[in-house]
Design a binder for this molecule. Sequence first.
Ligand code: NAG
Ligand code: NAG
Ligand code: NAG
Ligand code: NAG
Ligand code: NAG
Ligand code: NAG
Ligand code: NAG
Ligand code: NAG
Ligand code: NAG
Ligand code: NAG
Ligand code: NAG
Length: 445
Amino acid sequence: MRLFSCLLAAATAITSAVAYDIPDGASISVPWRHTGRPGFGWGNQKDKWGNKIEDDRRKITIRASEDDTDDISADFVWALEQAQNGGLVHLEEGKTYIIGKKIDLPVLNDVYVKLDGTLKFTDDVAYWQSNYFYYPFQKSITFMVWSGKDIRIYGKGTMDGNGQAWYNGFAGREILDSSNTYYRPILFLTDNATNVDVEGITFLNSPCWTTFLVRTKDVSFDNVYIEAFSNNASALPKNTDGFDSLNVDGLTVTNTRVNVGDDCFSPKPNTTNIYVENLWCNGTHGVSMGSIGQYPGVKDYISNAYLKNITLLNGQNGARLKAWAGPTAGYGYIDNITYENVHIENTDAPIVLDQCYFNINETTCAAYPSNVNITNIKFINFTGSSSGKDGRVVADLTCSPGATCSEILLEGINLTSPNGTAEIVCNNIQGDIGVDCISAADADD
Ligand SMILES: *[C@@H]1O[C@H](CO)[C@@H](O)[C@H](O)[C@H]1NC(C)=O
Ligand SMILES: *[C@@H]1O[C@H](CO)[C@@H](O)[C@H](O)[C@H]1NC(C)=O
Ligand SMILES: *[C@@H]1O[C@H](CO)[C@@H](O)[C@H](O)[C@H]1NC(C)=O
Ligand SMILES: *[C@@H]1O[C@H](CO)[C@@H](O)[C@H](O)[C@H]1NC(C)=O
Ligand SMILES: *[C@@H]1O[C@H](CO)[C@@H](O)[C@H](O)[C@H]1NC(C)=O
Ligand SMILES: *[C@@H]1O[C@H](CO)[C@@H](O)[C@H](O)[C@H]1NC(C)=O
Ligand SMILES: *[C@@H]1O[C@H](CO)[C@@H](O)[C@H](O)[C@H]1NC(C)=O
Ligand SMILES: *[C@@H]1O[C@H](CO)[C@@H](O)[C@H](O)[C@H]1NC(C)=O
Ligand SMILES: *[C@@H]1O[C@H](CO)[C@@H](O)[C@H](O)[C@H]1NC(C)=O
Ligand SMILES: *[C@@H]1O[C@H](CO)[C@@H](O)[C@H](O)[C@H]1NC(C)=O
Ligand SMILES: *[C@@H]1O[C@H](CO)[C@@H](O)[C@H](O)[C@H]1NC(C)=O
């Protein structure tokens, strides 16, 4: 009895010594393997960045939210701070964690976030429209910014943008309208980050773009599901792109499905070394490179992209490249892009190369040709069918007269049109493109 109470006192002392700065309902546990000695087997296994594996990490949990307004953002920040340098924050299955405040996440170093539950943002439009992180590129805003190094976000849970109120509020507006001030947050944004892995999770109903990778090196998504839907037929989700990037080197997307009404995968300026495999896109605006060269005096580029085994259903575009022309365009290049094994169904424009973006007619495009060089582009093994919206045209390759647009190759293109023999349109491309093609003037669309 004496011994027991003594132990109890000691245990209490330890708990209370730590307890005063642990938020209600939170916990920190140190793995028993933690004490494993080097050379003894435990603790020697490393993840791909040379850091501890999950079992060897300090685990932090926080209380879940009681309802959709119960903000746990301060607890979440606390948990990430505790997880710095080799810890893990676990958001547990069946629980919802509500973020209702603009918070500065710590600059992370070697942190795992195991997302098995739901991390959900409040839909207080008025609050978020006056509290956000702002990016001048296309006037983007976001709830929070992930930055730092060696960040792994994984599990079977969901990051939920709670977009319905945003869709209702944005109905009738357009993002490209320069007077638009109805800003909508991006669900997941990395900035100034290196080595970010996202695995297994679902991104649901983002108010605007689903992911935006900025100034990031080596970011990968595997086995991710992205969906945006509305319960209100007069307010559909808009601009809920699957993947956008800016100034990113090393972007990998594998085994991923995207079910949204805008771009499926669309790296933006200065994205290099892109690898995409087993991507499924439904109802989207396609897999697009660019647009590039939008801003006068600014150099943009996209290079070294390999995209393989892509399925594109019920969309506006399939594989697309777009570069600006006209009196106010910028300059740069799109180089070394390969699309291989692409299956397309019920899609308006299966293959598009447009060097007279955006909506610049032939006369203006000839007067102000694009200063974005497009080189070394391959479209290999495309199967399936267009929707017929563009008549018999299944591929439309339009370069601007006098611009650099060369080494464009099509091979194994077996796309059909419901309107008759499929046509491939080509304008102003230098050199042979590998298939028969006709000029836009002769096309049956
Ligand atoms: C990027 O993050 C690093 C730390 O990871 C920091 O030292 C640096 O100042 C940050 N750079 C910018 C431009 O924010
Ligand atoms: C659906 O969206 C429209 C357009 O914003 C809005 O007027 C209407 O109230 C919404 N309906 C519901 C049930 O929220
Ligand atoms: C191609 O991707 C689909 C998912 O869209 C997948 O089911 C299929 O297994 C992949 N094919 C190969 C050969 O990897
Ligand atoms: C694909 O998107 C269409 C709407 O574009 C939708 O009706 C259909 O259910 C979706 N298919 C799947 C498998 O999600
Ligand atoms: C792309 O990188 C170049 C430097 O190579 C830089 O001048 C330009 O501002 C970047 N573009 C954007 C949109 O950030
Ligand atoms: C073209 O891009 C691929 C990656 O898709 C890369 O492996 C290859 O080295 C690049 N080629 C050149 C000439 O840079
Ligand atoms: C575009 O190509 C032209 C002709 O080869 C070259 O002079 C120019 O430097 C290139 N521009 C860029 C941004 O690479
Ligand atoms: C062409 O692509 C399809 C997937 O879209 C694939 O099943 C098929 O094996 C590919 N054919 C060749 C010759 O690689
Ligand atoms: C092309 O566009 C320019 C600028 O919008 C316009 O002034 C011109 O009339 C158009 N030309 C033709 C042939 O449509
Ligand atoms: C192509 O055919 C479809 C029916 O299969 C028809 O609805 C559509 O109007 C046709 N498009 C054109 C441009 O002729
Ligand atoms: C093109 O695809 C159709 C099915 O969509 C197939 O029947 C046909 O054999 C294919 N042709 C070639 C040359 O691969």
